[in-house]
Write a protein of this length. Structure first.
Length: 110
C-alpha cells in the first residue's frame, strides 16, 4: 500500500512540474524576464509552495524554461530536416517553417 501511495505522489509531482513549466512558458512569453512566480503558480492552478518545491527561485525556473525550449526546438528542427532528407530545397523549406512555428510558439506578443 505504501508503494502505491509513493508512486501516486511521484506521478503527481511529474504532473505538477509539467503544469508549472507550461504556465511558466506562457508567462515568460508575455512578461519576459519580469516573470513573477506568483503568476506562474496561479496559471498552473497550484500553490506557491508547490512551485517553490520544484524550483528554488525564479532563476531556476527560467533555466528550466530555456532548457525545455531548446530541447523542443532541436526536436522540431530534427523532425523538419528528416521529413525531407533527400530533397535539399524541401529540407530548407521545412527548417524555415519549423523556425517560424517556434517563434510563434515561444515569443507571442500580447
Amino acid at each position: 500500500m505504501e508503494h502505491a501511495r509513493g508512486a501516486t505522489k511521484r506521478a503527481d509531482a511529474v504532473t505538477n512540474r509539467a503544469r508549472i513549466l507550461e504556465a511558466a512558458q506562457s508567462v515568460f512569453a508575455e512578461w519576459g524576464l519580469e516573470l513573477e512566480m506568483s503568476e506562474v503558480a496561479a496559471r498552473a492552478h497550484l500553490g506557491i509552495g508547490t512551485l517553490y518545491g520544484h524550483f528554488a527561485n525564479r532563476e531556476d525556473l527560467l533555466r528550466a524554461i530555456v532548457r525545455r525550449a531548446v530541447e523542443d526546438a532541436l526536436a522540431q528542427l530534427r523532425a523538419a530536416r528528416a521529413s525531407a532528407d533527400d530533397d535539399p530545397r524541401a529540407a530548407l523549406q521545412a527548417l524555415v517553417s519549423a523556425g517560424l512555428h517556434m517563434q510563434q510558439q515561444y515569443w507571442r506578443n500580447s
